[in-house]
Write a protein that binds this ligand. Sequence first.
Ligand code: PEP
Ligand code: MG
Length: 575
Amino acid sequence: MSFSLHGIAVSSGIAIGHAHRLSHTSLEVAHYVLPKALLPDEIVRLDTALQTTRDELTSLRASRPAQAAAEFEAFLDLHLMILDDEHISQAARTMIERESCNAEWALKVQMDTLVAQFEAFEDAYLRERKSDVVQVVERVLKHLSGQPGHIPPPASHGVSTILVAHDLSPADLIQFKSHQFAAFLTDVGGATSHTAIVARGLNTPCVVGLHHARELIREGDLLVVDGAQGVIIVDPDKQVLSDYRLRQSQWELERKKLKRIRTTRATTLDGTLVELHANIEMPHDVPEVRENGATGVGLFRSEFLFLNRDDLPGEEEQFEAYRAVAEGMEGMPVTIRTFDLGADKQLKGAERVASNPALGLRAIRLCLAEPQLFQTQLRALLRATVYGNIKILVPMLSSASEINQTLQFIDATKRQLDEQGIPYNRAVQIGGMIEIPAAALALNVFVKKLDFLSIGTNDLIQYTLAIDRTDEEVAHLYDPLHPAILYLLAHIIGSANKAGVPVSVCGEMAGELAYTRLLLGFGLRQFSMHPAQLLGVKQRVLTSSLADINPLAQKILRSDDPLKIRDLLSKLNSL
Ligand code: PEP
Ligand code: MG
């Protein structure tokens, strides 16, 4: 039977293929009764999985690099303690014997009991520890299933495969760069979560916030995914399928046509040059940046070098990565952001430690709290500056004292390199991301102390409107056209321009065609986005006249009526 599902459109394009459901371990555990004779084997199976998990955690602990966060070790100790807690292991054994059930079920029941006990604690810290119990049990369940890790096999034999998951972390998704999935669908997630951002970077249709897709879609179901509308059609009939096949080929044709303007300079109709840069996650993204005609890398999210691994990238490894990007861009600007770990991008094994990660020890806060880690990255970055046009960008700055501390730290690292006779570009530019409302409102200090600014609209919107960007329950409140956001954007761009400090937008708004003219009208002349969005934005720039745009953009800025703002924006976009 054909039916449709609606979610949040995250990455455009049309995909047609068969569903592959990604299992979410503990959430779906089968219950079956075993013959008495098989119970001893079932207990051995449980004990083997417990021992494998214990070995895994112990070896993670032993391989902890010296500069890893101290929480990492405490976290592993806690997990080892939970694993050996008799309420988990012994209670599960007893349950297998008493109820003749399978090991997975026994573990799940013990986990639920323990989670309920933790939930009843008054102390918030103890209450939060329930997620550690779940994580430990998930690890054991993975070993029981004989499939540690939950990344599925790649698509096979030319049949398009569409991944249907409850949730995918940015770390999961980055591993799919080499897989050929035709689309990604998840039950949870917001439009500017890092998972969504990575999907866009993969240039693969993606719809998130579908709520019940994993329940409603069966393995192997034929699906049509419309990534632009956020619509999924399950088991489409012949007519729908052929309509979408046609739309799919038209979409591909459009993309091919856009390639013609790859080397055209991005100037408006009135001759103003606009820099269109690309956002990347890994050095191997550089060829795509070049293919799409970017004139620089505006945001290299360096924290992706730290994900999906048990150790940390050392100075040499980071240096090679930064140097590869600088050389690959052949003298064009390469803006490398110091690592923005924390929130939804956690080091492996350090997940869910903070009670409110988005407001916690994230980005520059984590760097300043872990000077060893920060220094390793800064040394690698500074050394790489000799090989191209590297600029350093610092995320999540919120105050003058944070800027001062950061600049002092960079100076100290420079002195260390001087003492060792190691060369670097002494004039390397240091910029700051404006993504916390406090930074936007107290912009003067940023303009005075930094060489350039880059507006992170994803976080600026998240923090200004107080909506978790990863939470689909509040995704409808995410509104780049909220008058407060428009005011902040116009204020940041206007103030930076007035002070002669270069400013760009590197959040998702920069790649959305609906906002290109509005941002041009606010005075923005530098955009940074996913390579796949670049040619579309360039075409929009080429067909825009600042003389026509500016008055309408100012009118939008002066309006506080949401409907009028939308109406004026559609006028602006149909000029
Ligand atoms: C942003 O916040 O807009 C941004 C570009 O940074 P990130 O999405 O990596 O948080
Ligand atoms: Mg950000």
